[in-house]
Ligand binder design. Structure first.
Ligand code: NAG
Ligand code: NAG
Ligand code: NAG
Ligand code: NAG
Ligand code: NAG
Ligand code: NAG
Ligand code: NAG
Length: 445
């Protein structure tokens, strides 16, 4: 699976309407307690594609949404449309003309949350300074100065954090697999996303199924091994159980990975849909920003997957990659790691991405490990199951990407980066130094 975890897109400041949150919380708690009772009733309220309305639009709306020849047939609609990005602002952008409703979820204070530690090799810090993303250059300075206060803020942990736990509701909209949402008759459009698509939407004669109630977490890149769980899926943190039971869940792509994650959070694949759809009523939660889900998002997923952490954790897990970032001297690295495990009386486990068990077993492996070591890549998403105190040694490419650093930090893990050079090698004594750092920080229990 392609991995395109690019960090930090600066977005417009959030709307400052967060004061109604207590009300929202009270309300959703009430609904949850009734939810169990009404499950059956609400469940039958779901409607598979039916009821097509006959209408024909051929009009360049004042918002330049160009929607033509929507025809009806026995049970499907055909849609043609063409819209430029500038007519489809980001869904939470401040100045979006609100033609849909937004509610706010209570945001939990993180003042007492115990965070992890981060240690980058100086070469990795240099690569952050050299990165063309301003956010990374700022991060390099923060790390070099060990500025813990700014480190919290950089990771979205301030009272002015831009996450608000928002949830938008729409009536009668077309929803696309890349996060575009278009009001069918009024021709307004917005784009949802962690990473936002930068191309216009061009859809010719697409078959559209109609659903009564839908929760959509479909976004640009939302099918990927990082982007699905860490950006799209975590959005469900703001959806009540009742809303989930009574709706179809719309995703970018109904692939095996996506279905496995959804199953872990209790969603049956029968309720999962993809493609372009028409929704009578649509709910869209605030998802994780590109590369940077919020602490709320991460904590929700960690709790939801509910992987048990053994009382005794003494395994060193080494990630081996077969498809990309294949390390030419991997055998040598493996022997260093195995030797370290032997000397420390720890178990050794090879997590080979050419021979992976089911997702729950992968997660259990990470929950069992006291040390996780290996090259940057999809496998590290499993860190979501690791508990506080686990040591993570990432072979981090010089083309910097801090997704897993950030994830580890927010989960309370001990994170160390050592450079993975362009020739896919690492320096052996940097591995040894990293292990020594782990030893000082980690207590194997
Ligand atoms: C947070 O930590 C402070 C200092 O340790 C403590 O006084 C306070 O009660 C804690 N708050 C919560 C909500 O746990
Ligand atoms: C938006 O809020 C208005 C006023 O409360 C309500 O009438 C309407 O049904 C809501 N629309 C959606 C899509 O939730
Ligand atoms: C749209 O597609 C349907 C079925 O795929 C086809 O029957 C119909 O002729 C197409 N309409 C146009 C305008 O191309
Ligand atoms: C989490 O899993 C444990 C067993 O591993 C179970 O006892 C517990 O009820 C689960 N919690 C939730 C919220 O499902
Ligand atoms: C990748 O896996 C294939 C199939 O098991 C194996 O033949 C190949 O040697 C592996 N490549 C590496 C670099 O481990
Ligand atoms: C995780 O650890 C437990 C307890 O030590 C063990 O029974 C289980 O087999 C381990 N699971 C995996 C996937 O390694
Ligand atoms: C790989 O690249 C690094 C950094 O440029 C260099 O120091 C090292 O010698 C190279 N290793 C191999 C085996 O080419």
């Amino acid at each position: 699976m392609m991995e395109r975890c690019v960090e930090i897109m600066v977005r417009g400041k959030a709307l400052l309407l967060g004061r109604k949150t207590f009300f929202c919380l009270t309300l959703s708690v009430t609904i949850i307690s009734f939810g169990t009772f009404f499950h059956q009733t609400i469940g039958t309220n779901i409607r598979k594609p039916d009821e097509t309305s006959k209408y024909n639009v051929d009009r360049r709306g004042q918002n330049c949404v160009f929607l033509t020849s929507v025809e009806s047939s026995s049970d499907l609609l055909y849609v043609d449309c063409e819209i430029g990005v500038k007519h489809a602002p980001f869904i939470w952008q401040k100045d979006v003309q609100i033609w849909f409703n937004i509610t706010y979820h209570i945001s939990i204070s993180h003042k007492n949350h115990s965070l992890g530690t981060v240690k980058l090799d100086s070469e990795n810090t240099q690569s952050l300074y050299m990165n063309n993303r301003k956010g990374y250059q700022v991060l390099a300075g923060i790390l070099e100065r060990h500025d813990l206060k700014r480190m919290r803020r950089w990771n979205g942990l301030s009272d002015l954090g831009s996450y608000r736990g928002r949830k938008a509701t729409f009536n009668d909209v077309l929803v696309f697999s890349n996060g575009w949402i278009i009001q069918k008759t009024r021709h307004f459009a917005v784009r949802n996303g962690g990473c936002l698509s930068q191309n216009g939407l061009l859809v010719h004669n697409v078959t559209v199924a109609r659903y009564k109630r839908v929760v959509s977490i479909a976004v640009f890149w939302g099918e990927g091994s990082w982007h699905f769980p860490m950006e799209a899926l975590v959005g469900l943190a703001y959806i009540t159980e009742t809303e989930i039971w009574s709706s179809f869940i719309h995703v970018t792509q109904k692939n095996n990975l996506v279905l496995q994650w959804l199953k872990l959070v209790g969603i049956n694949e029968k309720r999962v849909i993809h493609g372009t759809i028409l929704a009578d009523y649509l709910i869209v939660p605030e998802i994780g920003k590109c590369g940077s889900p919020s602490l709320n998002h991460i904590q929700w997923l960690y709790k939801k997957i509910n992987i048990s952490v053994p009382t005794k954790r003494n395994t060193v897990l080494l990630i081996k990659r077969n498809k990309s970032r294949v390390m030419p001297h991997f055998a040598k690295i493996q022997s260093i790691v195995e030797n370290f495990a032997n000397v420390g009386n720890l178990n050794f486990l090879l997590h080979d991405d050419n021979d992976l068990p089911s997702l729950p077993v992968q997660l259990q492996r990470f929950a069992n490990a006291s040390i996780v070591i290996g090259p940057h890549g999809a496998g590290m998403v499993n860190l979501i199951a690791s508990s506080k105190g686990t040591c993570v040694i990432e072979f981090a490419p010089m083309e910097a990407n801090v997704c897993y650093m950030r994830l580890s930090y927010l989960l309370g893990l001990t994170y160390i980066a050592i450079p993975l050079y362009i020739n896919n090698t690492v320096t052996e004594n940097k591995i040894t130094d990293a292990f020594n750092h782990c030893q000082r920080k980690t207590t194997h229990v």
